[in-house]
Design a protein around this ligand. Structure first.
Ligand code: DP6
Length: 352
């Protein structure tokens, strides 16, 4: 199956500088648990964000000994360079020229570095896009942009699973499901725009930075703990099953059912962490305070403010941009912001 992405052995390399910008994404049905070669244990779907992104420039010095140097916001990052070197060695069969030069990679994120917003999705998405630009320059045959993007998604997945969903705008699906035509475990596909009710196309995601800094357990370790989690199979099945109601919800614009499904997914992700061996908890006091206040607010006002969580303490506050959004924004500013560590909030919207 992967054979379709094998690289052409005929290429002409030269010194180049390419660049790419790639957005971050937030999952609604979560990817948590994977098999060998970055094959997800269940399908996932995410919203691509508009403001949170990574800008990367990649300089390739042809015919120099293979090495990778990386800079994040101007500072050299040795650990990241090591990771990228390993990644490049791992994908050589798909880009046969990849080890034939030296790289200087410079990246900048639009969101604060220590914010706890996952940079691996936008980071690997941008690197994969840069690699595909180089591949187009070095290749003797040219490809369709859609084929290039699909391979970029395939390569991004091998760097970080969720990154493969960042190569498309709108709602994006990764992992084989009968509910989405063309879906695959190897790369992400765009969820058809025409199957999405307009209410879901003008959506806010305000990220409350509850805790800034390193997480106590990385996503990669967390995925690994699903291998021995006695509830894992049940969870994978539930995620697969959730695509059936979600498809209907997206089509009809049923916000109430959407809220229930999305919050359940977020809480299940964290429940899995708590039921791992060893157990771990990434939510902080502020995370729970925000969730409880938000629930009270929704009950009292009926305004459609809800949340999702990624593998960290931060809360993604989701709400459509409509007649109730002013009241929601005001509530967030006056009642929820105080639970962040330093008053940090990233006000993003979904990118369509
Ligand atoms: C909770 O994609 O960061 O955000 O494949 O090991 O790099 P690796 O993991 P990563 O996991 C993301 C997990 C999640 C859910 C999601 O984005 O679907």
């Amino acid at each position: 199956m992967e054979n379709q992405f094998l690289g052409n052995q005929h290429f002409n390399i030269s010194n180049q500088v390419v660049s790419a910008t790639c957005p971050s994404n937030i999952a609604l049905i979560k990817y948590w648990g994977k098999y060998a070669n970055q094959i997800p244990a269940n399908p996932s779907i995410s919203y691509t964000l508009n403001h949170c992104n990574t800008q990367t420039s990649m300089e390739f010095l042809a015919n120099e000994p293979f090495s990778v140097q990386t800079f994040l916001a101007g500072n050299e990052e040795l650990k990241f360079a090591e990771k990228i070197e390993k990644y490049f060695k791992n994908i050589e069969q798909y880009l046969p020229w990849i080890l034939k030069g030296k790289y200087v990679i410079k990246t900048e994120n639009t969101f604060p570095h220590s914010s706890g917003i996952a940079s691996s999705a936008s980071g690997f998405g941008a690197i994969a896009s840069c690699l595909m630009s180089l591949d187009e320059i070095f290749s003797t045959d040219n490809h369709q942009p859609s084929v290039i993007n699909q391979k970029a998604s395939f390569l991004a997945r091998l760097g970080s699973g969720s990154a493969c969903r960042s190569l498309y705008n709108g709602l994006v699906v990764w992992g084989k499901t009968d509910e989405v035509e063309g879906s695959s475990d190897l790369y992400a596909v765009k969820y058809p725009d025409e199957e999405i009710h307009p209410i879901f196309k003008n959506f806010n995601d305000w990220v409350l930075l509850i805790h800034e800094g390193e997480k106590s357990v990385s996503s990669t370790v967390g995925h690994g703990l699903m291998n021995t989690n006695p509830y894992a199979e049940r969870r994978f099945q539930e995620a697969r099953d959730n695509f059936v109601p979600l498809k209907e919800i997206l089509k009809t614009g049923n916000l109430e059912k959407f809220i229930k499904l999305v919050e359940h997914e977020a809480l299940t992700l964290h429940a899995m962490m708590m039921m791992s061996e060893p157990a771990f908890i990434l939510m902080k006091t502020g995370t729970l305070e925000v969730i409880n206040k938000l629930w009270s607010f929704r009950k009292e006002t009926g305004h459609p403010l809800f949340f999702t969580l990624d593998a960290g303490a931060n809360v993604h506050l989701l709400f459509p941009e409509n007649e109730s959004s002013d009241a929601i924004k005001n509530f967030i500013e006056t009642e929820l912001l105080q639970h962040t560590q330093k008053g940090g909030v990233v006000k993003d919207v979904m990118k369509f």
